[in-house]
Write a protein that binds this ligand. Structure first.
Ligand SMILES: [Zn+2]
Ligand SMILES: [Zn+2]
Length: 227
């Protein structure tokens, strides 16, 4: 039997002998997101009860899902892609997103991504969400479309309350075109509060889209566990 040489686990660096197509070895399992809010996909400890944010505020996306919880090894991978310049990790993440996409049996017309503000993208040199979306599009055979422009540069999200975050996010995006009756798969690296995804979805729906599904590599754990 021949295995391609030099394929290594992206987490620990151990050589892989064709044991999987994900480039992550069996000893480096990431924390799977098994019990999640049925609307936003955040880890809540139950698959039947909506998280507090989905109960109290409107979510404009149809549903959001993520294969992993944002902690430990998965979190490190996100940071390596986002801040460490390791663009090759986008392909690894896209493989997991493709599985999630097929599992959910969504119909989408094309893949898109949460845009970065021009200023920030210039500083980083790339948008990690765009890289993941591009790889995902190749796997599931859907075109990648640049649907939104980020018109507001905000970096103090963490200090805002729910209402402020939503308002800030909703003023941040402009649709690049009309997307009449299109079903869109929106990709990002991490789903945190969902304010950004929801704001993007709202703008796309206002531009005629019929559905916006959100896929992220990781999702946060909802602080309020409602059982
Ligand atoms: Zn490993
Ligand atoms: Zn939720």
């Amino acid at each position: 039997m021949f295995y391609p040489q030099g394929i290594k686990c992206v987490v620990c660096g151990k050589e892989l002998f064709g044991e999987n197509r994900y480039c992550i070895c069996s000893g480096c399992l990431l924390k799977a997101n098994i019990r999640f809010c049925p609307k936003c996909g955040r880890a809540v400890g139950s698959t039947t009860v909506y998280c507090e944010d989905c109960t109290k505020s409107e979510r404009h996306f149809t549903v959001a899902r993520a294969p992993f919880v944002f902690e430990g090894k998965a979190k490190k991978l996100v940071y390596r892609l986002k801040y460490g310049g390791e663009k090759h990790l986008a392909k690894v993440m896209a493989q997991y997103l493709a599985d999630e996409y097929y599992k959910n049996v969504w119909h989408v017309d094309f893949v898109s991504y949460v845009p970065m503000h021009e200023k920030r993208q210039k500083a980083r040199g790339y948008n990690q969400a765009q890289l993941i979306a591009n790889e995902l599009g190749k796997i599931i055979n859907k075109p990648l479309v640049n649907t939104l422009t980020r018109i507001k540069f905000s970096d103090n999200f963490a200090r805002m309350n729910r209402k402020e975050r939503m308002r800030e996010a909703e003023e941040s995006f402009d649709a690049n075109s009309k997307f009449k009756n299109k079903s869109i798969l929106l990709v990002d690296d991490v789903f945190t509060t969902g304010a950004t995804s929801s704001a993007c979805a709202k703008e796309l729906l206002n531009s005629g889209a019929s559905d916006v599904y959100v896929l992220t590599f990781c999702t946060s754990e909802s602080k309020n566990e409602l059982y």
